[in-house]
Design a protein around this ligand. Structure first.
Ligand SMILES: [Zn+2]
Length: 277
C-alpha cells in the first residue's frame, strides 16, 4: 500500500551567468550578480515518478530561448533523471508551477505523463498569445512550442486543468494557487517523512523575498512578475505561513545557494542532485 510519504530529489539542470539579482528581486543592489541555478523536483512513491516542473530541452526553439535569456550552462533533464534510474517513459505525472519555458520546456520528452497545470495559467497564456505585438512583454518567457506540446497532451487527455487550491491531486501532493509571477502560478506541497515540503515554483526566487533586504520580514517583491505586486506579496505570505518560518522546508527552483541545506546525492558535470527527503 502506498503511504503518503514521498521521496523527493531536487535536480539542477542549468545555470545563467552573471545575472543581476535586481532583475529578479525588487530592491536588490544593482551591483549584485549571480550564476542563477535552474532546478526541478522528482517525487517518488509507490511506482509513481512525479516531476514538479521539467526544465527545458536545449534544442530548436528551446535553445533559442536559452540564448535569449543567457543560460550558458545546461545538462539534459532527461539525462539527470536517468542518473536516478528514472527513464523518460516512466515519468507518470508532471505538476507544472507555471508555463515559463525553463519550467515546462521538457514536457514533450515525457510522452506518458499526465500534466497538471492551473486552469488560469493555461487560459491566461492562450489569451496573452493572441494579444497584439505591443503586449509582447507578457509572453517573453513563453515558448509557443511548449504551449503546442501541452495542447497535444490535452488532445490526448493527459492535461488536467486544476481550478485553484486542491488537496491530493495525487495522494499527499497538494497545490495552491500562487498568483503574482504569473496569473495562474501554483506552488506545490509534498508530504514526506520529514514533514511537508513546499516547492515554490517562481513565487520566490530568493530567501530575500521572504526575509526582506533588512531581514525585518518585509517581503521583497519580484521584478519579473506579470501579476500584481499585491498578489505576489499575498502569495509570499501564504508560503511563509505554510512553512511556518522553517526555510529548510522550502524548495526554490532557482535557489542561489544551490540547495546547500540539502545532502548531495551526486554531481554530474557540475550539476547537483540533492535529497530533500
Ligand atoms: Zn517563471
Amino acid at each position: 500500500m502506498m503511504s503518503n510519504h514521498w521521496e523527493v530529489h531536487v535536480i539542477e539542470f542549468a545555470r545563467s551567468k552573471d545575472q543581476p539579482l535586481i532583475d529578479l528581486v525588487n530592491g536588490a543592489p544593482p551591483s549584485t550578480v549571480l550564476d542563477l541555478p535552474f532546478g526541478f523536483v522528482l517525487a517518488q512513491n509507490g511506482g509513481k515518478n512525479v516531476l514538479i516542473d521539467t526544465g527545458f530541452l536545449n534544442e530548436g526553439s528551446g535553445a533559442e530561448f536559452s540564448r535569449k535569456f543567457g543560460i550558458p550552462e545546461w545538462i539534459s533533464p532527461v539525462r539527470m533523471l536517468e542518473e536516478l534510474g528514472v527513464k523518460a517513459e516512466d515519468v507518470t505525472d508532471i505538476v507544472l508551477s507555471h508555463a515559463h519555458f525553463d519550467h515546462m520546456g521538457s514536457i514533450s520528452a515525457f510522452p506518458k505523463a499526465r500534466i497538471f497545470i492551473q486552469k488560469r495559467e493555461w487560459l491566461s497564456w492562450n489569451e496573452a498569445m493572441a494579444l497584439p505585438p505591443q503586449y509582447g512583454f507578457l509572453t517573453a518567457i513563453i515558448n509557443p512550442d511548449n504551449i503546442r506540446s501541452a495542447f497535444d497532451a490535452a488532445v490526448q487527455h493527459r492535461l488536467t486543468l486544476v481550478d485553484g487550491d486542491k488537496d491530493n491531486i495525487l495522494p499527499g501532493i497538494h497545490v495552491r494557487l500562487g498568483e503574482g509571477h504569473t496569473l495562474g502560478q501554483q506552488f506545490v506541497i509534498v508530504e514526506t517523512a520529514r514533514g511537508r515540503l513546499l516547492a515554490a515554483g517562481d513565487c520566490i526566487y530568493s530567501k530575500l523575498n521572504l526575509t526582506g533586504h533588512r531581514h525585518d520580514g518585509v517581503f521583497a517583491p519580484l521584478n519579473n512578475g506579470i501579476g500584481s505586486i499585491w498578489k505576489q506579496l499575498e502569495t509570499m505570505d501564504r508560503i511563509n505561513e505554510e512553512i511556518a518560518g522553517d526555510m529548510s522546508r522550502l524548495i526554490m527552483m532557482h535557489d542561489n545557494d544551490r540547495w546547500a541545506h540539502l545532502p548531495l546525492v551526486k554531481e554530474i558535470e557540475g550539476f547537483k542532485i540533492l535529497k530533500a527527503s
